[in-house]
Design a protein. Structure first.
Length: 431
């Protein structure tokens, strides 16, 4: 197959582990793993000849002999930033729930438990696990499905209103490992919650992190979901985040990407009901020689739905960013209102942005718009601020934050907004 790289050398140990798990667990899970492993073996590792991976080379990933992840230590030498003061803190180390590091108080309407335990005790989990993520199209998500050992199951019961932010911290520890975190979120009718899903590294080391997050929102559910990828800039992070919304639900998602040598996120949202509201927004900051790639898809399957997407990218040094944003409107999805905006700010003459907004519309009574702009810091604005005594670094910081603020200001939690702003300044070397 000319369009793929073989995986036998780089993932041979991981494949062996995945095959050994095919006989573990209930029959439905065995069938799911078997299908996923076959898909991954068939698809292999994409190369730039594959249109969806044209600007994101994976040769370094393909030439590394990754080993299956082992459990991380219970204690770490470094401290991890707290973005909110929430009492609900769930920690996963190398994809496994760590009960010693987690703090999961009893919360009315919320079940937060090990995915491994949920598979054995929650009879309805088979209706959702592996049913939202489209592994047929995503080779690394297929590998995750075959390989994951544990993860997190979040279940919001009907009418649950969870006030504290549900903080999920994924810690990658060690080096040379393939790590397969898995999250399943099921929000029942009328439930309300905020989720922060954060990915960090314990060391400056190269691992291959392949997370999959599946989200299901039922009628009148209202979920705000922030995803922060801030792993080591030596790490490789290739993720799938898929959501299925049913009628009259609201889902607001914010992707903040700062870390990884190569970071790729495919985020797809299926609007599978009437009167749905969806946000799919992102802030991406790439420096050095990072490659950060985001592919998004808003899939309008039913009429009378609204979706809004704003992606802001800040690119410095020799970094490269990819944005591929698709809005797909099915024939029955009349009275769709979908808006997409992609803007990139280049801070260096060597920075690169590859932007590809797409609209595929098969209905006639719709309002769909998209736009993409690329530019630099406006010299007039910078001169105006410096002429009033503001130092250059501070003036640039203000202008860059103002550029990103359109997305960050949409996040409802004030502490989270403030701390993301501080981390943004750090990432840009402007703090």
């Amino acid at each position: 197959m000319s369009a793929v790289l073989t995986y036998e050398a780089l993932l041979s140990a991981a494949i062996a582990v995945a095959e050994s798990r095919l006989s573990q667990g209930p029959e439905w899970l065995t069938a799911l793993r078997t299908r996923a492993l076959a898909i991954h073996k068939d698809l292999g590792i994409p190369t730039p000849k594959h249109e969806e991976w044209k600007y994101t080379p994976l040769r370094t990933v393909a030439n590394t002999n990754w080993q299956p992840a082992e459990g991380g230590p219970a204690l770490f030498e470094r401290e991890f930033r707290a973005y909110t003061d929430s009492k609900i803190k769930i920690v996963l180390v190398n994809g496994r729930l760590d009960r010693n590091l987690s703090d999961i108080p009893a919360t009315p309407g919320l079940t937060a438990m090990s995915l491994f335990d949920a598979i054995g005790s929650e009879p309805t989990i088979s209706e959702f696990l592996g049913q939202v993520a489209s592994v047929e199209e995503h080779t690394f998500a297929a590998l995750n499905t075959a390989l994951f050992e544990d993860g997190l199951y979040l279940h919001l019961k009907k009418g649950a209103m969870v006030e504290p932010v549900i903080e999920i911290l994924h810690i990658t520890s060690g080096a040379g490992q393939v790590i397969a975190p898995r999250i399943l979120v099921v929000a029942e009718e009328g439930s309300v919650a905020q989720i922060l899903e954060q990915y960090v590294s314990a060391e400056e080391a190269a691992n291959l992190t392949i997370p999959v997050t599946e989200v299901v929102t039922h009628k009148h559910a209202n979920i705000e979901h922030v995803r922060l990828q801030d792993e080591s800039t030596e790490n490789f992070h290739i993720a799938l985040w898929e959501t299925r919304q049913t009628g009259e639900s609201e889902y607001r998602s914010y992707n903040v990407a700062f870390g990884a040598a190569i970071g790729r996120l495919d985020q797809n949202i299926m609007l599978d009901g009437r009167h749905i509201t969806t946000r799919l927004d992102g802030v991406v900051v790439a420096r050095g020689e990072q490659i950060l790639d985001n592919h998004t898809k808003l899939d309008h399957a039913m009429p009378d739905c609204n979706s809004f997407e704003i992606y802001k990218q800040i690119i410095d040094d020799k970094a490269s960013v990819v944005f591929n944003g698709k809005i797909f409107v099915h024939q029955d999805a009349q009275k769709t209102d979908a808006k997409q905006t992609n803007q990139a700010l280049l801070l260096s003459p060597n920075a690169t942005i590859n932007s590809k907004p797409q609209l595929e519309i098969f209905a006639d009574d719709v309002k769909c718009t998209h736009g993409a702009t690329v530019g630099q810091i406006e010299p007039t604005f910078l001169f105006y601020m410096r002429s009033r005594g503001i130092p250059k670094a501070e003036a640039e910081a203000i202008l860059v934050y103002a550029f990103a603020a359109e997305v960050l200001e949409l996040i409802s939690n004030d502490d989270l907004k403030k701390n993301l702003e501080a981390r943004l300044f750090e990432k840009l070397g402007l703090s």
